[in-house]
Structure formats: structure tokens, C-alpha cells
Design a protein around this ligand. Structure first.
Ligand SMILES: Cc1cc2nc3c(=O)[nH]c(=O)nc-3n(C[C@H](O)[C@H](O)[C@H](O)COP(=O)(O)O)c2cc1C
Length: 206
């Protein structure tokens, strides 16, 4: 039995779609309990983006998803973070949430838990690897054990096509105007990442 948490931030819905696929992949591993939660949005961003239809629609679609709490992090034995790219690294909303978890860091409460990261960018070379690698740094400070996506299990990433997927984690490309949807192969890789994380969390629990 393992408990997997999928906390994500998604302004325009691409990471939300990927998060659901990661959660599904984890759920398919027998004996796994999965919780999907969203990182709280800033009020200032809600106000600033209230005239953007794509943002408002994507937020409405996530209305039913509960906001992530520190107790969710305590509950989880594996955590798959959904982190879209902002200037090649994580959004401030995600950083704020991680910074607010300093008490858990101080008590070593996340040490030994399995963790994975999935991301999205607007463009092919917009920073998928940099977002995952730089987001890994705080996870290592928390003492978490990183779970990536090896080539052997994830052959779709060996491609020259403009899709997501790397040994660091699953990913997708939203397009410069956000109009692209995740490729089916992005969902396959996201599910696989969720399953791999769940299996590692199970093993660490034994
Ligand atoms: C402030 C800001 C900075 C961004 N920086 C990048 C970037 O460095 N590289 C890139 O490819 N896309 C960048 N994007 C596009 C986002 O990564 C893209 O909108 C996001 O991955 C879509 O995921 P979502 O639909 O879950 O919000 C940026 C978007 C915003 C709003």
C-alpha cells in the first residue's frame, strides 16, 4: 500500500491534464491511494488574469480540485509535482508553497519520500529540462528520493518529434499561444511516471 500525492499548478490547464494522467498511472498500481491537489493561486494573479478567457476557463475546470496543504505532504509517501515553466524554472506560486513548508523541512518530515516532477513549456526549447532540474533542488533539501523516467521504460522520448518526455520526467508543450494539447504520447509518459513513482513508494514502504 502506498499513498501518492499529485500537487500541481496550472494556469491554462495543460499541467492539470498531465496531472490527471500521472494520477491515473499511479492508481493503476495495485494498492495505491492517490490524491490530486492544486497549489493555491495568488489573489493578485486571479485579478490580473480575470480578463483572459483561457485562464478563467482553465481555472473553472479545476474548481472541484482541493488546494494542497502541508498535511497532504505529510500524508503522502510519494509526491509527483506538476510544475509548468516560467522563464526556465518554477512559477512563484509553487515556490511560495515550497517555502511555506519550511516547518516540514525543519522536522525532516519529507525525508525518504519518493518524488517526481512533470512540466510543460510554451515551446520545444523553452526549458523543460531546466525546470525539472532546478525544481529538484528544493526536493533534495527536503530529503526526498528522485524518480525519473529511464529510456528503457519510456521509449517514446527517443524521438525528434516536438513532444515532451525526458529522463528527468514527463512533460508537454502548450504552444506559444497555449492552443496545443498534450500529445497522446505525453499522456502515456505521464501515466508511466505516476506508475513508476507509486512502485518506488511501495518498495520504500516495505
Ligand atoms: C510569465 C510566464 C513565463 C513563461 N516562461 C516560459 C519559458 O521560459 N519557456 C517556455 O517555453 N514557456 C514559458 N511560458 C509558457 C508556459 O510555460 C505555459 O503557458 C505553460 O507551460 C502551460 O501550462 P498550463 O496550461 O498548465 O499553465 C511562460 C508563461 C508565463 C505566463
Amino acid at each position: 500500500m502506498a499513498k501518492v500525492l499529485v500537487p500541481y499548478y496550472s494556469a491554462y490547464g495543460h499541467i492539470y491534464e498531465m496531472a490527471k494522467a500521472v494520477a491515473k498511472g499511479a492508481e493503476e498500481v495495485e494498492g495505491t491511494e492517490v490524491k490530486l491537489v492544486k497549489i493555491p493561486e495568488f489573489d493578485v494573479v486571479k485579478q490580473a488574469m480575470s480578463s483572459q478567457d483561457a485562464y478563467v476557463q482553465a481555472q473553472d475546470n479545476q474548481d472541484d480540485v482541493a488546494e494542497a496543504t502541508h498535511d497532504d505532504l505529510r500524508w503522502a509517501e510519494g509526491i509527483a509535482w506538476g510544475i509548468p515553466t516560467r522563464y526556465g524554472s518554477m512559477p512563484a506560486q509553487m515556490k511560495q508553497f515550497l517555502d511555506s513548508a519550511g516547518g516540514l523541512w525543519a522536522n525532516g518530515e519529507l525525508e525518504g519520500k519518493a518524488t517526481s516532477i512533470f512540466t510543460s513549456t510554451g515551446s520545444v526549447h523553452g526549458g523543460q529540462e531546466t525546470t525539472i532540474i532546478t525544481s529538484l533542488i528544493p526536493m533534495l533539501h527536503f530529503g526526498m528520493i528522485f524518480v525519473g523516467l529511464p529510456y528503457g521504460e519510456n521509449p517514446e522520448q527517443l524521438t525528434t518529434d516536438g513532444i515532451g518526455g525526458s529522463p528527468y520526467g514527463a512533460s508537454t508543450i502548450s504552444g506559444p499561444d497555449g492552443s496545443a494539447s498534450p500529445d497522446e504520447r505525453d499522456f502515456v509518459m505521464a501515466k508511466r511516471l505516476g506508475a513508476r513513482l507509486a512502485k518506488v513508494a511501495h518498495k520504500l514502504n516495505q
